[in-house]
Ligand binder design. Structure first.
Ligand code: GCO
Ligand code: MN
Ligand code: MN
Length: 388
């Protein structure tokens, strides 16, 4: 291993205020750690060579804080950003903590709650714009149901769309240089969340007024909770030019949302994920939406941050070694990996269809081929285990 896996600003790593700064609360217990003041958080990120910071409106400006308190927080935050060179990489709106959102935000059955949610987003977009956030994330934490009969899902989707179209209008009207990134999640805190996976979300985006302004913010844990491969989902998002942002963390399949350190659980899927992000030149933030174990305190939480980045850089180095390995290249050849990049028959014409119908295929003979996937997969494992 050549590098020491020390991050550089150009790696574009980012953390949310609510991630490393998570207090350790869970449904069974209260805080195990003290809060970190946003400006101090930014300075510490700068020391670790982190490129960006993100926040919910309420992380930066606590609910019910006075205007004078907000001014002081913003002034200190701005100074810390300027001193450290850390940029605001994304901003988002908390539409889930306050009990007013218990029935949903954009999809609450109460029109007053829906309007309040939209107003809260407009204010959050203003704060994001003030700090130059290029992306506004929307995670519909409370948009869903426990009681299936409580909301007609087609109406809910209509209200969801109405809200997002409203924000497209607002961002354009204000001239904010901002794109929106929608974050799917299958469940938790709701029993069933609307727009639960990458695929649902990307199909929904195409129904919006200006789909070019809207992409996705997929999260490792969320697709994994749904039993899906995050790697395959992100691949489709990249292919459809919709990967505007990414939430990196980790997760055991079939569990509650664990928000584990990136690279600490699903090593193989993450190896291929990092390889793809690097190969395709993903240029957005590599944003960690995860939290230190609840029993970490003090320095332990910053170790968590360092190791999240370390794991990404280590996987990137492993991926480069894998691609440069002549054994992998040979295994690609015999598996036919590279021929998948070649067009099969090209566009339709009646001539080509006539010709194709004349061709003789010996399906039994074709079926005899081995694709040597056992060899290829073991090479990935050998690289990940450091045996190569
Ligand atoms: C979760 C989500 C959130 C969002 C965040 C940004 O499971 O709680 O991942 O952390 O990413 O609210 O909108
Ligand atoms: Mn999450
Ligand atoms: Mn997230």
């Amino acid at each position: 291993m050549s590098s020491s896996f020390t991050p550089k600003r150009e790696d574009k790593f980012a953390f949310g205020l609510w991630t490393i700064g998570h207090l350790g609360t869970d449904p069974f217990g209260t805080a195990t750690r003290p809060p970190i003041y946003p400006a101090d958080f930014v300075r510490k990120l700068g020391e670790l060579n982190v490129w960006g910071v993100s926040f919910h409106d309420d992380d930066l400006l606590p609910y019910k804080s006075t205007l004078a308190e907000q001014d002081k927080i913003k002034k200190d935050f701005r100074k810390a950003l300027d001193d450290s060179g850390v940029v605001v990489s994304m901003s988002t709106t908390n539409l889930f903590s306050h009990p007013v959102f218990k029935d949903g935000a954009f999809t609450s059955n109460d029109p007053q709650v829906r309007k309040y949610a939209i107003q809260k987003v407009l204010n959050a977009l203003d704060v994001g714009a003030e700090f130059g956030a290029p992306t506004a994330v929307f995670w519909g934490g409370r948009e869903g149901v426990e009681a299936a009969g409580s909301k007609y899902p087609l109406d809910a989707l209509e209200r969801y769309r109405e809200a997002l179209n409203y924000f497209i209008g607002y961002i354009k009207d204000k001239g904010y240089k901002m794109r929106m990134a929608l974050e799917p999640k299958p469940n938790e805190p709701r029993g069933d969340t609307f727009l639960p996976t990458i695929g649902h979300m990307m199909a929904f985006i195409e129904t919006l007024e200006d789909p070019s302004m809207v992409g996705i913010n997929p999260e490792v844990a969320h697709e994994t909770m749904a039993g899906l491969s995050f790697y395959q989902g992100v691949a489709q998002a990249i292919w459809q030019k919709k990967l505007f942002h990414i939430d990196l963390n980790d997760q055991k399949i079939g569990r509650y949302d664990q928000d584990l350190r990136f690279g600490s659980e699903g090593i193989k899927d993450n190896f291929f994920l990092v390889r793809m992000l690097e190969k395709t030149g993903y240029s957005g933030p590599k944003h960690f939406d995860s939290r230190p174990y609840r029993n970490e305190h003090g320095d332990g939480i910053w170790e968590f941050a360092k190791n999240s980045m370390r794991n990404y850089l280590a996987l990137a180095e492993k991926a480069r070694a894998y691609d440069a390995d002549p054994d992998v290249q040979a295994a690609h050849k015999v598996s036919g990996h590279d021929t998948l990049a070649q067009p099969t028959i090209g566009g339709y014409s009646s001539d080509s269809a006539d010709k194709l119908k004349q061709e003789v295929f010996d399906a039994d003979k074709l079926a005899e081929r081995s694709y040597f996937n056992e060899r290829l997969d073991q090479l990935a494992i050998d690289h990940i285990l450091g045996l190569k």
